[in-house]
Write a protein that binds this ligand. Structure first.
Ligand SMILES: *[C@@H]1O[C@H](CO)[C@@H](O)[C@H](O)[C@H]1NC(C)=O
Ligand SMILES: *[C@@H]1O[C@H](CO)[C@@H](O)[C@H](O)[C@H]1NC(C)=O
Ligand SMILES: *[C@@H]1O[C@H](CO)[C@@H](O)[C@H](O)[C@H]1NC(C)=O
Ligand SMILES: *[C@@H]1O[C@H](CO)[C@@H](O)[C@H](O)[C@H]1NC(C)=O
Ligand SMILES: *[C@@H]1O[C@H](CO)[C@@H](O)[C@H](O)[C@H]1NC(C)=O
Ligand SMILES: *[C@@H]1O[C@H](CO)[C@@H](O)[C@H](O)[C@H]1NC(C)=O
Length: 169
């Protein structure tokens, strides 16, 4: 194989990997979020991911005045930090983040710092404890209107025994 052939092969591979990633995490147009904002939905629900795909669909980038709902429910997110939403925040106006049914145990300071238009946040059905939410975890969320945080470990040492979250827990 010549160098050139090898290069094209690598390119083709990277391209299909990119396609795969964005296909798994499809975009839908014109959805209305919980706050009534009209925009796109980037739906990464149920993909067993623990961080956002690094390939951001170009539509999110080109969106004019539209807002973005990010559905990350039923995944393996465990530790929300300043880095978690840094990249997506640079590209788009995220107004709604759905994270229910994850393994979140920790929300660090500044996690949502760049998502200043966030209006709706769902971190229900995760493994949060009061002591693991940093004092400034939710600071800067001046536009937050809806926070879903029920079904967490706020009442002492009750441990969810089945981490697959069979419904009804
Ligand atoms: C995202 O897709 C899942 C199915 O893959 C669906 O259950 C869920 O309702 C979708 N999210 C939104 C916000 O529509
Ligand atoms: C996610 O992981 C579970 C358990 O390992 C598996 O059953 C399921 O098929 C995986 N789903 C995807 C989309 O990879
Ligand atoms: C986007 O918002 C700006 C400022 O509010 C406005 O001037 C512009 O017409 C809007 N563009 C679209 C496509 O709605
Ligand atoms: C969360 O992630 C940060 C940065 O990657 C790391 O410093 C910290 O130790 C992690 N915390 C937990 C509880 O995993
Ligand atoms: C983001 O969306 C919100 C809600 O529609 C809107 O008020 C705000 O002006 C938008 N910000 C930008 C930078 O487009
Ligand atoms: C989070 O912010 C609070 C208030 O500014 C501060 O007291 C605390 O030390 C910070 N926590 C971490 C882990 O940096």
């Amino acid at each position: 194989m010549t160098c050139k052939q090898r290069f094209s092969l690598i390119l083709a591979f990277c391209y299909s990997a990119l396609l795969l990633m964005t296909e798994n995490c499809p975009l839908s147009h014109k959805i209305v979020d919980d706050c009534g904002n009209v925009g796109l939905l980037w739906n990464c629900s149920g993909l067993n991911i623990s961080k956002l795909p690094t390939a951001i669909p170009s539509e999110l980038d080109e969106l004019e005045n539209g807002t973005v709902t990010l559905d990350l429910s039923f995944n393996l997110f465990s530790n929300l930090t300043e880095e978690t939403f840094q990249q997506i925040a640079a590209y788009s106006n995220v107004t709604s983040v759905i994270l229910h049914h994850n393994y979140i145990t920790k929300i660090e300071n500044k996690t949502f710092r760049k998502l200043s238009n966030l209006c709706s946040l769902d971190v229900s059905f995760t493994l949060l404890e009061k002591s693991k939410i940093d004092a400034d975890a939710f600071s800067n969320l001046d536009n937050l209107k809806i926070l879903r945080i029920h079904r967490n470990n706020f009442q002492g040492p009750k441990i969810i025994s089945n981490p697959q979250y069979k419904h009804g827990i």
